[in-house]
Design a protein around this ligand. Structure first.
Ligand code: GTP
Ligand code: MG
Length: 263
């Protein structure tokens, strides 16, 4: 059976075998809820919990779930290395096992598994699907105004600095076809926090793969602690600024001086 026929008949219709990668660090109160919701919302997808040796025992809970459900897997990593490193390890795990697409999803319930069918439907005609909080039809529930402001301003800055037509470049609810990950190339990626999502958006945009955004309902976490920190925000600010300057410099080399002036 050819690859095209496989995609129609195996896994999710039109997309193929899908792996939802859920990075976890101290998500003992959330991991079971989120995996259960994914399994109900999209029964044909597999799940990989990528745990960084959480001190609260999240990894052991995930092992128990995996022991009772052949579609659930656990990747145990030795220690906390950040979201970006956990995703890269999860993507490599998926590639080794021949998955056609990977999904990024937080463990804390902010990304509703019930939105996954809509994201996967969009992936039939796209290489990258971004679940967006800032596109028509999206909803953001219970977020304090400071977080709303940070996300709006951060996304505006990323869009202007990097010239990307993406409304939610920092969001972490996405589908990537594994062929698109191959096309955009992940070897150079070093970002850890929000910057990881922006970096992958930028690389996908530069590689010219098909990106679509789908509105999602995003909700503030109800259980457990946020891992967001000023360091994560600073990393994103620093990296986006550096990429923006670099992109303009290389564009300047190929353009008339008047157009190349920046800022
Ligand atoms: N494996 C791994 N997962 C992480 C790490 N840091 C964060 N995560 C997970 O990444 C996801 C997003 O982290 P959150 O703490 O929810 O960060 P956030 O969504 O930006 O912040 P909040 O809005 O406050 O929840 C969650 O599933 C975390 O458990 C890490 O270093 N390693
Ligand atoms: Mg969160």
């Amino acid at each position: 059976m050819g690859v095209a026929a496989d995609r129609r008949t195996v896994g999710h219709p039109g997309v193929g075998r899908v792996l939802v990668v859920i990075p976890t660090y101290n998500e003992a109160d959330n991991v079971r809820r989120i995996v259960d919701r994914v399994r109900v919302a999209a029964p044909a997808v597999d799940v990989l919990v990528a745990d960084d040796n959480s001190p609260d025992g999240t990894g052991a809970i995930a092992d128990t779930i995996a022991g009772n459900d052949p579609r659930v897997h656990v990747l145990h990593r030795p220690g906390k290395e950040g979201l970006g490193a956990a995703y890269l390890a999860g993507f490599a795990w998926a590639r080794r096992r021949g998955y056609d697409a990977v999904v990024e999803m937080d463990a804390d319930g902010s990304h509703a598994p019930e939105d996954l069918p809509a994201l996967l439907a969009a992936a039939r005609d796209a290489d990258v699907v971004i679940g967006s909080r800032w596109t028509r039809g999206a909803r953001v529930l219970n977020w304090p105004w400071r977080r709303l402001l940070l996300s709006r301003v951060g996304n505006l800055y990323a869009r202007v600095a990097l010239g990307m037509p993406v409304s939610d470049a920092t969001g972490g609810y996405r589908v990537y076809r594994t062929s698109a990950l191959d096309a955009i190339g992940l070897d150079s990626v070093r970002s850890q926090g929000y910057a990881f999502q922006v970096e992958l958006s930028r690389l996908a945009h530069r590689a010219g793969v098909r990106i679509v955004e789908v509105p999602i309902t995003f909700a503030e976490r109800e259980h457990g602690d946020s891992k967001m920190s000023p360091l994560i925000v600073a990393e994103a600010l620093w990296r986006v600024t550096r990429w923006g300057v670099r992109d303009r410099r290389s564009a300047a080399r190929g353009r008339p001086a008047a157009l190349a002036r920046w800022p």
